[in-house]
Design a protein. Structure first.
Length: 172
């Protein structure tokens, strides 16, 4: 992967946004949803691609863990969601598929991958499907926010302008 300084700077800014807003949560039933990471995953998928998206998700999880505001469970969920969302958007150029990639990648696959992380690395007892519903709810909230942002950018014609600018093409 050739390094693009504009994309790297954008990924760093989105990582900073995800870390700074990680305290924002939405209470849903007995759990709390932290939607900002999922919103950032989709924005990275659309604007930067899967590689930078996974890198931003990893850096966000790492920084939050170092600050004591995250857990090891953030790694599989956020990174798988960013990867799947980015790959689906890269190959099909459909916003809906980026949303579905985030929901399935984080909510289902990430939730399932948290089981071995929780049981083997963290020493916690957990049900195999115990993380799927909370991850899915959080991912859904973040996906809705990202859909509002990307939908508005698409309708206004700014989505392609931003993407071209990050690719190195001429932007307005």
């Amino acid at each position: 992967m050739k390094l693009n300084i504009k994309k790297l700077a954008a990924a760093a800014m989105l990582t900073a946004l995800a870390v700074a807003l990680s305290a924002f949560s939405i209470p849903i039933g007995a759990s709390r949803c932290y939607p900002v990471q999922h919103m950032v995953n989709i924005l990275c998928a659309v604007f930067l691609g899967p590689g930078y998206g996974v890198g931003a998700a990893f850096c966000t999880s790492l920084i939050r863990n170092l600050m004591g505001t995250g857990s090891l469970l953030a790694f599989p969920g956020s990174m798988v969601g960013a990867l799947l969302s980015g790959l689906l958007y890269r190959y099909f150029h459909k916003l809906t598929l980026a949303y579905i990639g985030e929901l399935f990648g984080t909510g289902i696959l990430g939730g399932l991958l948290c089981y071995p992380v929780a049981s083997l690395l963290m020493g916690q007892e957990a049900a195999v499907l115990g993380f799927v519903l909370p991850f899915l709810m959080s991912s859904l909230a973040g996906t809705c926010i990202a859909a509002l942002i990307t939908g508005a950018l698409y309708k206004g014609g700014a989505l392609e302008t931003i993407r071209r600018g990050l690719e190195g093409g001429k932007a307005l």
